[in-house]
Design a protein around this ligand. Structure first.
Ligand code: NAD
Length: 333
């Protein structure tokens, strides 16, 4: 029987993978652990691998690591996410491994969190929470704006960004878009403008680009200085798209009204862990202490629909390659 190892399993993924295993008559074995040097030997005897993790399996020697994986009889890595940040693709390909991702498991999952974050920021929920917790039920000083009055700027209008545009357009906001590709067919975007114009005109700026050399610290000190001081920044793309130190400085100096971050630089060392004492990340502790920041631990993808899609699609991809077939989700370097 074909055997697939399912690494770093979330409890919520397991029922979807089990349903799939029965349907395809494949044995899926679940491991809680991430894939690293110490857990690599667990793959002995398996035909395939599905995994999702935020840290690289072996950052020091990726070529050697993937060679050892291949020597165990593994031909492919089915990543259960769109982002491939944890895979050193040249090293995986050099070892003869075929890598797949799940490019689109549910754009609405992310877009709906952006809506929730926007509403939290616009309606000053964190500040009202803080007041209420201190027995202060005075409303003055925290008047909101309504969606039909605001301009939202979306940087990166691909699958998720265009879904954000659809939602906000339907709710009456004015939608500005920016992309490096021609997306002019998207009718939910009222105007396509430069990043500079988008940032200077928007009440909410939300980021939906992929992470690469050109988007690393796309929002840096220089760009933050162009925001309206009444504007909010939302990042549910990838942490390093925003320069965290520059963002903290802008928030502390009142040059930005607030931010909602589902992803942050260095999140791999804190998200998905439980800490008894202080969180071992000074910048995250700083963000947590700011009253106008909404933080979530990379949960935009975390809906039943999305988890089912990413789980079962990755297993479909693994099986396609193990059985000598192809899949449109194979990533070519
Ligand atoms: P996508 O590839 O469909 O869209 C990305 C868009 O960004 C493309 O249209 C691309 O042309 C544009 N882009 C790239 N560089 C740009 C730049 N410098 N300026 C302007 N536009 C640029 O990707 P997607 O599926 O919509 O995902 C978007 C982001 O969301 C990715 O970073 C992905 O990793 C992330 N994501 C996060 C979560 C989460 O749980 N927080 C879940 C899924 C995806």
């Amino acid at each position: 029987m074909t055997r697939i190892a399912f690494f770093h399993t979330l409890p919520e993924e397991r029922p979807f993978a089990e349903q799939w295993a029965v349907r395809h008559d494949v044995e899926v074995t679940f491991f809680d652990q991430e894939l690293h040097d110490d857990t690599l030997p667990l793959l002995k005897g398996f035909n395939g691998l599905s995994y999702k993790q935020r840290t690289k399996p072996n950052a020091d020697d990726p070529f050697g690591f993937f060679r050892r994986l291949h020597d165990l009889g593994i031909q492919q890595i089915a990543v259960r996410s769109a982002g491939l940040d944890s895979i050193d693709l040249p090293a995986a390909h050099a070892a003869g491994l075929r890598v797949t991702n799940v490019p689109s498991y549910s754009p609405p999952a992310v877009a709906e969190l952006v809506l929730a974050q926007t509403m939290h920021l616009l309606r000053h929920i964190p500040q009202f929470d803080e007041r209420s917790a201190n027995g202060d039920f005075v409303v003055s000083g925290l008047m909101s704006r309504e969606l039909s009055e605001i301009t939202i700027g979306i940087i990166g209008v691909g699958r998720i960004g265009s879904t954000v545009a659809r939602i906000f357009h339907a709710l009456g906001a004015h939608v500005l878009g920016n992309d490096i590709r021609d997306r002019s067919q998207l009718s939910d975007i009222d105007e396509f403008v430069t990043k500079e114009e988008l940032i200077s005109r928007s009440d909410v700026v939300t980021l939906h680009t992929w992470l690469d050399g050109s988007t690393f610290h796309l929002i840096n000190a220089e760009r933050l200085a162009q925001f309206k001081s009444s504007a909010f920044l939302i990042n549910a793309s990838r942490g390093p798209v925003v320069d965290t130190d520059a963002l903290i400085s802008s928030l502390e100096h009142g040059r930005l009204a607030g931010a909602a971050l589902d992803v942050v630089e260095g999140e791999g060392t804190i998200f998905n862990y439980r800490f008894e004492g202080p969180i071992p990340d000074e910048r995250y502790r700083k963000l947590q202490s700011l009253p106008n920041v909404v933080l979530t631990p990379h949960i935009a993808f975390f809906t039943d629909h999305a988890v089912k899609n990413m789980t079962q699609q990755s297993l479909d991809d693994a099986l396609a390659i193990i059985t000598g077939g192809t899949t449109p989700h194979e990533v070519h370097y």
